[in-house]
Design a protein around this ligand. Sequence first.
Ligand code: GAP
Length: 513
Amino acid sequence: MANQDDQFKKVVSHAKEYGYVFQSSEIYDGLSAVYDYAQNGVELKKNIRDYWWKAMVQMHENIVGLDAAIFMHPTTWKASGHIDAFNDPLIDNKDSKKRYRADVLIEDYVGKLDAKIEKEVTKAQKRFGDAFDKEQFLATNPRVLGYKEKGEAILKRMGQSLENEDLADVKALIEELEIVCPLSGSKNWTDVKQFNLMFGTKLGASADTAMDLYLRPETAQGIFVNFLNVQKTGRMKIPFGIAQTGKAFRNEIVARQFIFRMREFEQMEMQFFVRPGTQKEWYEEWKQTRLKWHLSLGMGAENYRFHDHEKLAHYADAAADIEFKFPFGFKELEGIHSRTDFDLSSHEKYSGKKLQYFDPEINERYVPYVVETSIGLDRMFLAVFSNSLQEEALENGTTRTVLKLPAVLAPTKAAVLPLVKKDGLPEIARQIVDELKWDFNVDYDEKDAVGRRYRRQDAAGTPFCITVDHDTLKDQSVTIRYRDTMEQQRVKISELKEIIKKEVDVKNWLMKM
Ligand code: GAP
């Protein structure tokens, strides 16, 4: 656990030191769970968003984009169920006066059981060496099976209690598991209560006429209320999708773990409208498609798993998370939800407007069913960033810190380095920058010895360094150094663009799907 904490602390401090993520309003001691993306962070975030948009919108003839406003008519949230049901179960510790999400306390307890399983695996791996069969061990070891069974039973009971609004049982579960407050160490808990997560604000100047508004807690509703406008003006035929990226706001109580759980964050959502009765097939299809998108980035298949929901949200008939192995364990990265016709039917009811589709293939009019894919951009940023940050032991006994971002997502694709600051080398380096910058974000760096510059670019996540030396003056060749392997090659300046393009081209990455 201490190791996980250390690793996570490194992620947070590296993100600051290399201009990726800053605490919001830091000079005023910051605002909890609100963050700003700095010069490199904004580029990484944009590249992740583009990678998603290209895969979802550009590559699908039947998916189109939308950019709906953050403010929506307040009845939207009555219809969507957020006013009545968008709650978290909260519990206070009477000694520390600290407030927790009851479900998170229980999930953390189960997370510790998962950590125990991992420990058993590591121990057995050491004991059996090459003969170790992890699959078999996980399926047969009595201690592992015991932890697994216990964890599953706890989550099942919690899911059922939350589903039935039986908050007394959620408290009873916390007491039975003897969960203590991480701050005070005491088991002196209040009852569990529900708390609505939406931020309210007002529209209008005078107090009497002002209208109560909410900052949207998800982007999805902007898609639902525009469903018919888009379908008609785009002459879309079912099945089709509408995709959107944008800010969402939630008054999270357990706001910790850096950009994992924020109060202001960005979502990338897609609602796929299908004929009723076909939703199960589309749900399975989108689960697989979205997993493949993640795998295309090459961050290790072992770092992903599906978690099928026991407790379904008020709108869903099936739901799963794609979980990722963050430095603090496997946690939700993306949700895939079969939302039935709940949202559209509810908006029909509250607006009095029909939101139906005439299906010429079966000669029927109906309210479409919806399968949604929903991923937090900031959470994806954290997955990419934390997975990429590595300390590598080198052959010469030193270590290097390297941010092995997938090249397609890296903020700066190449740094151009004159070996020395004289003899015309900076001028050639500048010319290379001027040529490459039409296609890529490139950096010019002449300060310090070249070895230090390599390390600096490794830590910032730049996939290529291009070094201009005295031979360049003679033969127009430069050294290109690959961040991940540290391999160096001599190439012609005229070849640089193609070499870099091949490595960072979205097509080459998405083709791996
Ligand atoms: N429209 C469905 C929806 O909003 P959700 O599971 O509440 O579903 C979808 O959220 C995704 O949004 C999550 O999988 C997560 O990646 C991201 N997300 C949710 N709350 C977040 C928060 N407070 N901070 C950062 N990301 C968040």
